[in-house]
Design a protein around this ligand. Structure first.
Ligand code: EPZ
Length: 424
């Protein structure tokens, strides 16, 4: 296993290109199951989660080519011959459940392993299942698998209200509804940019969808979809993470391909903390030349609110901001695993349930640290960039799930960061 070693204290200066969005790509890839014709995604990120979804689709019979160093992913659902998503792949990544809706919609039956809990919380899939049931699916949960069947071989359009906002459940229902008989209305749908990206891609494949980006999406089912070539949207969480790099170290970095509308609520908080953000011809420029950072309160919410996927990274910044900041995590019940590790670096943080109170300290100090999820791990890299001395972040495989060429991108801005083997 590898570790990342960061020597802190260098103000970052330079340009970072934002990659395609992991979470958009993970929802777009299962769309290949909806058509006999090929779906080609451009601007796909080179990440281990994308390789896991590739392996899952291949196990179902989807032919996948590309992505060896390039960012093009060509998928053909012409010869899908297996309708069971096996536990061995699904357990690696919760987004695997997104093959259920499209498989059921196209073949009338599908069997998918239940993904189980994960480090950040229990994360059930009941909403995915309830939306599909509303479309007529008959579900049987046996031996850790969902066995799903559409009576008569086809799902039926439905008017369904999500009892709470779920990104994944909205995506699964949207994918399924494109081939259902009749019209589906999804109410209280998630409004994340990744949902809008999925809707645009499905429309390029011939689907009839209206209202994406709002909480009510209407889908008129088609008999079949055709192939398409579609570019994956920029990764707003990678964007937000790298916006924090010059914010926490001081300096100035241009985020190429970024746009404010992708991270508006987050950008507002960053400005309130004393960071400058300007739009440029190629993206966004973030800088902090002088002056201390100031405490701000943050509460995570579904889009367009402050994203839970940037809470850990924001906490790293607030550890060195003057005053007391309150962070409330409203989406997941166990998403403060980075707090004890940041405390090991000298931060002052009190966690009570879903609320963390951070009292800014003048400086963090390097330490060996480790986290159990992707965003927590990257928050430790950010803390390490600002800390005095050397920080070693262990369990780098978490970072490889969501950050393409992390060390290379940061090094290009002057960061002293490297990857090395870790036997400990
Ligand atoms: C997506 O997860 C993202 N993953 C997550 O990013 C992100 O944190 C999350 O949305 C919230 O923005 C992908 O897109 C692959 P949800 P998802 O369904 O779809 C509860 C990262 O770091 N819920 O919107 O699984 C759930 O437990 C990852 O990149 C149910 O109760 O999130 C949570 O409390 C981590 N029943 C809330 O809803 C369900 O059936 C929102 O979860 C589904 C969800």
């Amino acid at each position: 296993m590898d570790r990342i070693v960061v020597e802190g204290g260098v103000p970052l200066e330079g340009r970072i290109e934002i990659s395609g969005a992991k979470n958009a790509c993970l929802a777009l890839m299962p769309a290949a199951l909806l058509s006999e014709e090929p779906l080609t995604l451009t601007n796909a990120p080179l990440l281990s989660d994308i390789r896991t979804m590739t392996a899952l689709l291949q196990s179902l019979g989807v032919e996948v080519s590309g992505l060896q160093g390039g960012h093009v992913l060509a998928m053909s659902g012409a010869s899908v011959d297996n309708h069971t998503a096996d536990y061995d792949i699904v357990r690696k990544m919760r987004a695997s459940i997104l093959v259920l809706g499209p498989m059921l919609a196209r073949y009338g039956h599908a069997t998918v392993s239940l993904p189980g809990g994960c480090a950040i919380g229990a994360r059930p899939v009941d909403l995915h299942l309830r939306a599909l049931e509303a479309m007529g699916a008959e579900l049987d949960l046996r031996e850790g698998y969902v066995h799903a069947r559409a009576p008569g071989g086809r799902l039926k359009g439905a008017d369904f209200t999500f009892p709470l906002v779920s990104v994944g459940a909205t995506e699964n229902a949207l994918l399924a509804a494109t081939l259902a008989e009749g019209t589906t209305i999804l109410r209280n749908a998630a409004r994340e940019p990744e949902i809008a990206d999925l809707a645009r891609c499905l429309r390029a494949m011939g689907a009839r969808i209206e209202g994406e980006g709002t909480s009510e999406i209407t889908i008129e089912g088609r008999d079949s979809l055709h192939g398409a070539t579609y570019p994956v949207i920029a990764d707003r969480i990678e964007l937000g993470t790298y916006m924090l790099a010059p914010a926490i170290t001081g300096g100035r970095v241009e985020l190429v391909g970024g746009s404010r509308e992708l991270v508006a609520a987050f950008a507002d908080k960053l400005e309130a903390a004393g960071v400058d953000i300007e739009e440029s011809a190629d993206g966004l420029v973030v800088s902090r030349r002088n002056g201390p950072l100031k405490a701000v309160d943050v509460r995570t919410e579904p889009f367009p609110g402050f994203p839970t996927d940037l809470q850990a990274q924001m906490m790293a910044l607030l550890c060195v901001a003057e005053g007391k900041s309150k962070l409330e995590e409203m989406i997941f019940e166990n998403r403060f695993m980075h707090a004890p590790e940041l405390i090991r670096m000298g931060a002052s943080i009190d966690v009570h349930g879903g609320t963390a109170t951070v009292t800014g300290v003048e400086r963090l100090k390097g330490a060996p640290v480790m986290a159990t999820d992707l965003r927590a791990s990257v928050s430790l890299v950010l803390a390490g960039l600002a800390a005095e001395g050397e920080t070693q972040v262990k369990r780098v495989y978490h970072l490889d799930r969501g950050y393409e060429r992390l060390e290379e991108k940061l090094r290009a801005c002057g960061a002293r960061i490297r990857r090395e083997p870790d036997d400990g």
